[in-house]
Design a protein. Structure first.
Length: 202
């Protein structure tokens, strides 16, 4: 492990989750529109690395492409690079169900989709579930059982999960171009914020 990478404690992760929930609520109240909140599923205490940032930016770029292809207007966008993991907030002028369908297609069809974690929240601040649109629950990276079941029981060693994420993503980037989001996807809208403990951020 890089000695300069900061480990995230359980307290750090819970604090980040609370901060994210407050940000989600604030943006929905301000814009009165649905919100896409994007993070990545990374096990263990190291939540930010050059590879994890690359995966995050690929997901963000794919989201931008998908929104653009559907003619969705992005009203607001922020990406935060934190040692507790990168996260993005996108306010879009489209129904929450349409947005959820778009991100579910990314999660279920893309090679890195199982690492992506897109939440879509409606005006009631509640996330839209996969089941509401008839999609099955997410599967484990390693055994194809329900991801929630494996996570709760801690069925798999963290190192094996991290190795799987590493091999999946390295194989993907070896054979595919790196999209990396730019303001061309969100002209004059997407803003980036980095904290001093985050590594691998350009």
């Amino acid at each position: 492990m890089d000695s300069q990478m900061r480990e995230a404690t359980l307290e750090d992760i819970l604090r980040a989750r609370d901060r994210r929930a407050e940000k989600q609520k604030q943006l929905i109240q301000e814009y009165v529109l649905p919100l896409v909140s994007f993070t990545i599923n990374i096990p263990g205490t190291i939540k930010s690395s050059p590879l994890y940032v690359k995966i995050f930016e690929e997901g963000l770029a794919l989201l931008g492409q998908g929104l653009s292809a559907k003619g969705v207007t992005v009203i607001f966008g922020e990406a935060h690079y934190r040692f507790t993991g990168p996260e993005a907030f996108i306010v879009a002028d489209r129904s929450e169900l349409a947005l959820k369908k778009l991100v579910l297609q990314l999660e279920d069809s893309h090679q890195l989709g199982r690492i992506f974690d897109f939440d879509v929240l409606g005006l009631d601040f509640q996330p839209i579930s996969r089941e509401m649109l008839g999609y099955p629950q997410r599967r484990c990276l390693l055994c194809d059982d329900l991801a929630q079941v494996c996570a709760r029981s801690r069925r798999h060693p963290v190192d094996k999960l991290k190795d799987k994420i590493c091999s999946m993503s390295q194989n993907y980037f070896k054979h595919s171009g790196y999209l990396k989001p730019t303001n061309a996807l969100y002209p004059g809208i997407l803003k980036y914020f980095r904290d001093k403990n985050t590594r691998g951020v350009p």
